[in-house]
Design a protein around this ligand. Structure first.
Ligand code: CA
Ligand code: CA
Length: 454
């Protein structure tokens, strides 16, 4: 009989507004019905009052242990906190030391009512939000999670409703034998502070160093960026040649190529915060920050256009010159570096790039010609364009700009017939020096060349 009334009762605020459906209001000519309604109203009110009294916001609060020893020895390292919520509330769990200082474990986190489900439960291992002891200063790092010092604490579990109504339950917890040493991060450095990850051999890598003062479980170094509005972490792997093994106290080094070595696009150009973050076995966390600027980042991609070489002949007399013409295309948004000699240069067949004083430069692209009888790989090399198309930077390095083509010519004057093969195959290549000759740029458009010996 009560069912029709229940939907009109505001249970949560315990304000009892028993609303009689409109059809039942108005002038009643039958006093017995009025009396009946009054009696029913009184009954509902009584039931509700009784119900409200039994519905505290926060209930069944418990800590599974009165004493823990947070030192990762497997003995009494962790306890379980349980509680029930009758209604939605912001929940806090904190600890008060003997002087009344507050240590936060959970700070006003919104929680739904427990309802019919099991009570909320959460593990607590003595770790609270970072705090600083009197007289303590940290140089160059911040403690975000820290174990409570040994001592006796009052724990407080506190729930606050939107209305401001707050309930709290308290108890006592003893912390003993806590492993309070912090995994400090000392001298976190990033060098150089600006780098250009584009595989041109100049300032392509950045190095991070950090000294950790304690054995640890995890150490992360990462750039923090934004993709639209989302935070993106670019993780940096520890250098295999790091002086200390992962997890050990000591100096740890990180080598960063922005992913370019694997052919991945680097994070967009810009200045990033670089974070180092360490966590020890009991869950204490320490962070340190520095900055790193990425400039001219990108993966260089260049090709011999259409894999096509125009050869001057298939047969040259001894002392004659084989000419080639091809087009190099920079098909990437990254400038590609090159070095001499310029197109048009003619080598004698017994010369090579080194004898012309144009030694290999790591990261530079050059066009090369190779013949089967040659003693070294691509002995004859040329810049991927001339001064008309190349751009010289402040340090004097030459670049073929993004999305640009350049015609490259050159010649080899055959002054002898070295090796046994005649005729022999000769071909062109586009060499990324000390990086790679990608298969698409190797052995391009071979010519079967005969040298006429009188
Ligand atoms: Ca323990
Ligand atoms: Ca570079």
């Amino acid at each position: 009989m009560l069912a029709p009334f229940l939907p009109f009762v505001n249970w949560h605020s315990c304000v009892f507004r028993v609303i009689i459906p409109s059809a039942m209001r108005g002038k009643h000519h039958f006093p017995t019905i009025r009396l009946l309604l009054l009696a029913l109203g009184a009954l509902v009110l009584a039931l509700l009052l009784a119900g409200c009294g039994e519905q505290p916001l926060l209930s069944d609060v418990s800590f599974s242990k009165e004493r823990i020893t947070p030192n990762a020895d497997g003995q009494d390292d962790v306890l379980v906190i349980r509680y029930r919520l009758a209604r939605s509330a912001d929940l806090s769990i904190y600890f008060l030391d003997q002087s009344g200082n507050r240590y936060v474990f959970r700070d006003r986190q919104p929680r739904a009512p427990t309802g019919e489900r099991e009570p909320y439960s959460v593990y607590f291992s003595g770790i609270v939000e970072g705090y600083v002891l009197p007289g303590e200063t940290f140089d160059g790092f911040t403690v975000t999670h820290r174990v409570l010092q040994d001592g006796v604490y009052t724990w407080v579990v506190e729930a606050t409703e939107k209305t401001g109504h707050t309930e709290r339950v308290t108890g006592t917890l003893t912390i003993a034998e806590a492993d309070t040493a912090l995994p400090e991060l000392r001298n976190f450095t990033v060098s150089p502070p600006l780098f250009t990850p584009n595989r041109d051999g100049i300032s392509d890598r950045a190095r991070m160093n950090v000294f950790v003062t304690k054995p640890y479980t995890s150490l992360w170094v990462y750039l923090l960026g934004k993709d639209q509005d989302k935070e993106v972490r670019y993780h940096i792997g520890e250098d295999e040649r790091s002086p200390s093994r992962p997890g050990e106290r000591g100096l740890h080094t990180f080598d960063y190529d922005a992913g370019v070595d694997q052919g991945a696009d680097p994070p967009p150009d810009g200045t990033y915060t670089v974070w180092a973050e360490v966590e020890d076995a009991i869950g204490q966390r320490v962070i340190a920050a520095s900055t790193l600027t990425i400039q001219n980042g990108g993966v260089p991609r260049a090709y011999i256009l259409n894999a096509e070489v125009e050869w001057s002949a298939q047969s040259v007399p001894l002392g004659g010159t084989l000419w080639f013409t091809l087009t190099v295309e920079n098909d990437s948004p990254t400038p590609i570096r090159t070095s001499g000699p310029p197109p048009g240069t003619v080598y004698d067949s017994d010369q090579n790039y080194a004898t012309l004083g144009e030694t290999i430069q790591s990261g530079a692209f050059r066009v090369g010609i190779h013949c089967e009888n040659a003693l070294i790989n691509y002995p004859w090399r040329w810049a991927v364009g001339d001064e008309n198309v190349l751009v010289r930077d402040e340090e004097g390095y030459l670049y073929l700009p993004p999305f640009t083509r350049a015609v490259v010519t050159g010649g080899i004057r055959f002054v002898g017939v070295e090796g046994k093969r005649n005729p022999q195959y000769c071909w062109a290549g586009l060499i990324h020096e000390d990086v790679e000759i990608s298969s698409v740029n190797d052995r391009v458009d071979p010519v079967f060349l005969f040298i006429q010996v009188p």
